[in-house]
Design a protein around this ligand. Structure first.
Ligand code: CUK
Ligand code: CUA
Length: 763
């Protein structure tokens, strides 16, 4: 590093930029900047708390729902820098998601009744847990509109699976995981008949419509949900809302709240009062308390019925076997959040100023004693509110969601109507601080704040409206995520971040060091199945097959070359192109597209993808690499030739450039000079402990691959020179140089990496 710094100073001086120029910018003091930009001390403090200097990384990584985009937004804390959008329920061109066959296979799992659904209403992401703590292995998210759930593998941040809920028509109370990610919970929202495509009029709501909650079995080894081992509980036709899994003492239980337990049916066009009037008439709705461990045993013992091929535990069975109970909760409840120790369940009522703290112990005591105040119309036992409540705390107007601090008993609750965050102590039942946010806050999120081991430090307010916070961009505004420092007694607002991708409902955050994604795949991997791709080939094995009207290309990509460089088809042929990225170097992604055929792939090192299309129009279509991968990226191209029926060639030779012996000699000189650079780099690399750096070993492998190709090209230019074919001789000599340049580029990157990462001399 030091050496590098000295060098760059020397460069600056050489370029005529001495210290005179340098002091011109450093002359402006912090005070000058404060004055010029109209910043307060408080602003500077906030800036210092969020600024992540160039080259440094964030402490936490956030996975935010991307709302209606059907994607997930990944950003860092405290910088609030967006790192990536993860393609989940909707096509995403950059990642080739929905434009190559492998990712289409994942999206196709999300078809409902055969219909392709190209949007999603994502609400709640969840990180996989081990003993209630985030383990950073998997991520789940739900689609409220089209009841679906997706599995994302955090080894490569790619969506691997979408499952469609077999009995719901909408869902909201997911994704929430049980403490060891045995199940992913997904609760319904609006009651409907559970049988597929079954019509019952709204007059039969009470009899024929149902809610429910699904427990998707997660197979951690496979990294996939196993629908066959999954099941649901049939629930009364209340609108089930959010869910949370018990942990610690409450492990084995889960909690799902509800609104509109009135089962009111609106219809203002028929003269009936509207939904919002009828659905908030009663003072209380119901918290569903479910013993999922026992429910799973009952399902395994054959007590479930099968609806649409899915195991469903009927209400009467759940009641008889003691796995389902109700507890009244205040008016139009919204959040339900189990405390880190698993002892309490915190619920807020949107139309109530109180937040209710339920005691799991008390609920259990009432169940054991058989002490119920009543039964609901479906026979489900109702535990008296006072028999279940630990306390109620007045927090403010429109309390919604609650998150937890690393310090015991401290919680944060969003106040939608007040546009505030309340910090409060749920053991003592008192508010300790409040901070205003801009504007109506929905969810809020503290670092790992819904796990058994919250990390404190920061909180993000997920505001529903941004109104006037940002430079206007038209009537549709971005959402506003506001970063708040919670490391001290008083909360401090630090930063506003506009999020320009849907209405992000909920977000989860994890300590950055817990995430250890790979940088390359084993060569020939289908990243969507995690299995070897049948179309993968190694260098030298590339070939094109034609059978009838089907053309299959087994190709490769490596800087700056696509093999093959021409694909010939007859109009009407079906073209399948498999492409393997042979690179081992980190971040050497290639993209691939064929002009006007609406295909695109993002092929990271080692990955194999397939694009497929019908060459249904004659013509000449360039294909090329879409990532600026190297100095000769623009040359990373080829042609798809779609020939009309019965076409015959008339000209059989390519035009010549007219290279001479002198050109050939110049190229040879260039080759010798470049070899000297390579030798010096190789000398350095082998003089240090490069084998201790896996990234460098990968780069050396790539470089060696390139250098190994020189022999064949050299034989060709020497043979051509012997025949005085200077055209061929010069071009093949140029190709030798190409291989050298790529090897040298990798070598220099490896050298810089070693210098910056403290490589040590070896004898
Ligand atoms: S919900 Cu949007 S603010 Cu879908 Cu979690 Cu509460
Ligand atoms: Cu590969 Cu550009």
């Amino acid at each position: 590093m030091r050496k590098f710094a000295v060098k760059s100073t020397a460069l600056l001086v050489a370029a005529g930029l001495g210290f005179g120029a340098a002091s011109a910018w450093s002359a402006e003091s912090l005070q000058d900047v404060m004055k010029r930009r109209n910043l307060s001390q408080q602003d500077l403090l906030a800036a210092a708390k969020t600024y992540v200097p160039t080259g440094k990384r964030d402490e936490f990584v956030v996975f935010s729902s991307g709302g209606q985009s059907g994607q997930i937004i990944v950003y860092g804390i405290p910088s609030m820098r967006i790192l990536k959008y993860l393609a989940v329920f909707t096509p995403e061109p950059w990642q080739g998601y929905g434009y190559d066959e492998n990712s289409k296979a994942v999206l196709n799992q999300g078809k409902i009744d055969g219909r392709e659904i190209t949007w999603g209403d994502t609400h709640h992401p969840a990180i996989s847990e081990t003993q209630g703590k985030y383990d950073g292995q998997f991520l789940f998210i739900n689609d409220k509109a089209n009841p679906r759930l997706a599995v994302i593998d955090l080894r490569d941040f790619e969506t691997k699976q979408i499952v469609v809920n077999p009995i719901f028509k909408s869902e909201h109370g997911g994704a929430f995981v049980t403490p060891n990610t045995e199940y992913v919970i997904e609760g319904a929202q609006y009651p409907t008949p559970l049988e597929n495509k079954k019509f019952y009029p709204l007059e039969e709501m009470n009899e024929k419509y149902r809610g429910g909650v699904t427990y998707w079995k997660f197979d951690r080894k496979e990294g996939r949900i196993d629908p066959k081992q999954s099941f649901s509980l049939e629930l009364p036709p209340y609108s089930q809302d959010l869910s949370d899994a018990g942990k610690g003492p409450s492990d084995g239980w889960s909690f799902t709240n509800s609104f509109c337990s009135e089962r009111y049916v609106g219809g203002i066009e028929k003269g009936r009062p509207p939904y919002e009037a009828g659905c908030s008439a009663k003072d209380t709705d119901y918290l569903h308390v479910i013993n999922w461990k026992k429910a799973a045993e009952l399902v395994a013992a054959g007590k479930a019925k099968t609806i649409n091929g899915h195991k469903v535990l009927p209400i009467d069975v759940s009641v008889k076997e003691g796995v389902l109970f109700l507890v009244p909760e205040p008016k139009s409840p919204h959040g339900v959040d189990v405390t880190p120790d698993g002892k309490f369940i915190i619920v807020s009522g949107k139309l109530d100023t109180h937040t209710s703290v339920y005691s799991f112990d008390k609920i259990q005591a009432a169940i054991k004693a058989g002490k119920f105040e009543s039964k609901d119309p479906y026979g489900v036992p109702v535990i008296g509110m006072t028999d279940a409540l630990d306390k109620q705390v007045q927090l403010g107007l429109g309390p919604l969601h609650t998150q937890y601090d690393s310090k015991p008993c401290l919680a944060y609750t969003s106040l939608y109507v007040d546009s505030q965050v309340a910090k409060w102590n749920y053991c003592e039942g008192k508010v300790v601080d409040k901070i205003s946010v801009h504007y109506n806050i929905g969810h809020l999120m503290a670092m790992e704040g819904d796990s058994a081991d919250p990390k404190g430090r920061y909180l993000v307010a997920l505001n529903k409206l941004a109104i006037d916070r940002f430079v206007p961009v038209g009537p549709l505004h971005p959402q506003n995520h506001q970063l708040i420092d919670i490391s001290n007694d008083k909360m401090q607002l630090l930063y506003d971040m506009p999020l320009p991708l849907g209405e992000p409902h909920y977000a989860v955050s994890i300590a950055a060091e817990k995430l250890k994604p790979g940088v390359r795949y084993k060569v020939g991997t289908d990243s969507r199945t995690d299995k070897p791709h049948p179309g993968a080939v190694r260098a030298g094995e590339e070939h094109t097959d034609k059978k009838g009207n089907k053309i299959t290309v087994y190709g490769t990509l490596i800087r700056s070359h696509i093999t093959p460089e021409t694909i010939e088809a007859d109009v009407g042929d079906e073209v399948t192109i498999h492409l393997t990225n042979l690179e081992r170097a980190q971040d050497e992604t290639h993209g691939f597209t064929v002009s006007t055929y609406n295909v695109h792939g993002s092929i990271e090192p080692g990955k194999t993808i397939t694009v497929k299309f019908k060459a249904d129009k004659e013509g000449v279509y360039p294909y090329y690499c879409t990532e600026f991968c190297s100095a000769l990226h623009l040359e990373m191209m080829g042609y798809l030739l779609v020939k009309p029926k019965g076409w015959k060639p008339t000209k059989t030779e390519m035009a010549k450039a007219g290279y001479t012996e002198a050109d050939y000699k110049t190229t040879l000189k260039k080759v010798v000079d470049t070899q000297a650079v390579i030798d010096s780099v190789v000398g350095y690399i082998t003089s240090v402990n490069f084998k201790d750096f896996p990234d460098v070993v990968a780069m050396v492998e790539d470089a060696t691959d390139q250098l190994n190709k020189i022999k064949g090209a050299k034989e060709k230019h020497e043979a051509a020179a012997a025949k005085k074919d200077w055209e061929q001789a010069n071009l093949w000599a140029e190709q030798v140089w190409q291989y050298q340049v790529k090897a040298a580029d990798l070598g220099l990157r490896a050298k810089t990496y070693l210098e910056q990462n403290g490589a040590k001399k070896v004898k």
